[in-house]
Design a protein around this ligand. Sequence first.
Ligand SMILES: [Mn+2]
Length: 460
Amino acid sequence: MRCVAVSRTDFLYQLLNGNGEVLNSSLFLVGDARTRARLARRGVTALSGKLEAQSLYRRAELTSMDLILLMPGRRAPERILDAILAVAPGAPVLLIESETERALRTHYPTVTTFPVPHLFKELLKPEMARACLRLRVAEIRRHFEGAERVLILMQDDPDPDAIASGLALRALLGRNRTSAVMATFGAITRPENLALCKVLEIEVERIREADLHEFDRIALVDVQPPVFEERLPEVDLVVDHHPEAKGYQTRLRDIRSGYGATSSIMTEYLRAAEVKISQKLSTALFYGIKSDTLHLERGGTRADMEAFAFLYGLANHNALRRIEQPELPVEALDTLAAGLSHREIRKGALFTHLGPVSRPDLIPQFADLCLQVEGIEWSVVSGFVSGELHISIRNVGYVKAAGEVARAAFGDLGSAGGHRSAAKAVIPIQQWRETERELEPGAVRKAIVNRFLQALEEET
Ligand SMILES: [Mn+2]
């Protein structure tokens, strides 16, 4: 399709210049001979004439197969449009207008209006934001320059968003694992988070308050100083997306509480500074956004979506699968097999009691699995883990909220609650024994079935 660009000046040429493919298939119609000559000297095909006259468009052999790009300038576009459409009836016209509110649509059904202010909003504004980010990156780099050892501190049980943000900051500062140590006062406990570190070979050290003096600079990612019980000195940088906390000192800060993940902020930094984002880093950042926003379902903003889409193409999705579905220990299969052989299905709910379980994460994992059974709307999987009875509840999402049912069924025995489609109860064995007396697997399952179904009915 030929593009015919119509404007008094060479503005449209400036706009399309650099876009070789469009430029080559374009004809420029301009208002005066001098502009035409200037364009011709640059090897551009151009004609000049009165834009309101049909003769110009006849000379251009305009047809309704051409795409017309029209920038009428300050004058009203109707007379130009009439001339164009008289020569090429029904031709598609993209009208670049300085005024946004003009009711052209009804009279000119083939004309699409693109207001000039949108050019600013869609093209220049992101560029200006990037320019500001570049300045901020320069400031951060300047501040950390020359430091021998940098501490990148995360919350006590670092999650993927924190770990990925730490890695990203290290890359932004151009440092390695010895010159920028990623650390926590606590330890990583969740199996997916351990899998993230194992699969991507990320080291997170454990430090104590007394170790802080060994570092020349301290940066916090995905957390702010008041969260810690440990006393921190004045820190150097805080990048976080949690609500802004008060009462701490930091040299530099970037708190964006509207964001779904700190990984999104860090992705913006890396992109603005044109840092090469390795596959390992992009996989971590992608997973950081994904897990903090529950696949962009919770608290994700446009910025999160943009970072997510950008990282999608760079991330290693095979590694992600290995992270998100941690390996099952072989003996867990026996536990599952025994539990499944004594399953009970009542009113669309599948109940399985696993007895003693080696890892707490196996229970929710099996609850997810049981929900896939045909005709099942609820799955309730329980097991004993280190002196507690854990109960994981899942549902298909269009039934009653799982959190409510969990509270009603088990709230009197221990902690119980959750979301719309996933909930959990944790009951000390002592408490269970006092109320329900029985610990024998069949009896435990029966008690859970009764409590659950009663809660489900009450809530209706
Ligand atoms: Mn986070």
